[in-house]
Design a protein around this ligand. Sequence first.
Ligand SMILES: [Zn+2]
Ligand SMILES: [Zn+2]
Length: 342
Amino acid sequence: MAEQFFEMLWDCGQCATHGLLGKTQRHCPMCGAAQDPAKRYFPEEGKEVEVMGHHFVGADWRCTYCDAPNSAAAAFCVGCGGPKDGARNVALVQEATNASSPTPASPPPAAPLAAGTQTTSTRSGGFPWLKSLMALLMVAASVVAYLFFSTHDETAQVAEKSWSREIDVEQFTAVRSSEWCDALPSGAYQVSRSREQRSIRQVADGQDCHDVRTDKGDGTFSKTRECSTRYRDEPVYDDKCSFRINRWQVVRTARADGGASLAPAWPTPGISNNLLATNTLGAERLGNGRENYRVQLQSSQGKRWSCDLNPGEWETLPQGKSVTLKVRGTGGADCSTLAIAP
Ligand SMILES: [Zn+2]
Ligand SMILES: [Zn+2]
């Protein structure tokens, strides 16, 4: 499509005639004054006058001697006959942004930005309490850091020892579950399907268009249509599968515990259908086990800490023994520093 051109408008500064045509009327028809290219402006939308058969040769140059705008093709001024040499092009008019047809955001002018910077500096200078608050926060932060990271030595006695051991009992059980049907696990049965929303996709839904008007500098402007695709969310449905599947499930946990006087031992839970070695519904087996070995420590001032140890450390640490350890500013013991007192 060929580029379309339309008349820029201008107002006569001599006789106050409004809405003169930028391309066709180089002089005011009322008083004869030359067009001032600095007074060109875009017409209201809907009142645009197209320049038919216009051949754009470049922005006008402004006569150095009489200020009249001249076509880029002219070598001498139509007003005074002065030469083009050294003349500058007329300044281009930027269209003001209006709400009904959004134009791409232009970078913010320098002035408001500078004003913003100034406001900020005035603020920090004008609010000394802000500095005090910052200082206070720094102090608070270092107190917290001190409480967490500073330690001191304590001496304590092993007041109590305890252990516990747990074993899960698992049963081969039919459980209900659901998955997207493309990830149906093998072994699933009694499968039923339903349609459910799985995701959202973006679907093209028409276009948002607006005209962009550009001052060509020769008394005309061109119009181009800029469009962007609009999108909407559309749900994506898929098959959801509900099913039963046989799995080993923890059905109960057996626990044994004791103190220093009882040697640690694993609990021996009763298991039903013990002879059913294969995967038969109702069969049971032993699952995961967990063990814990703990000592309670008490200082001569009555402060208490508890530490979880590994079985070997726990075994070799007799009840009543004196130990040393590091304690944090918050009061918590660093159990990795626990050692038998010299
Ligand atoms: Zn006039
Ligand atoms: Zn001139």
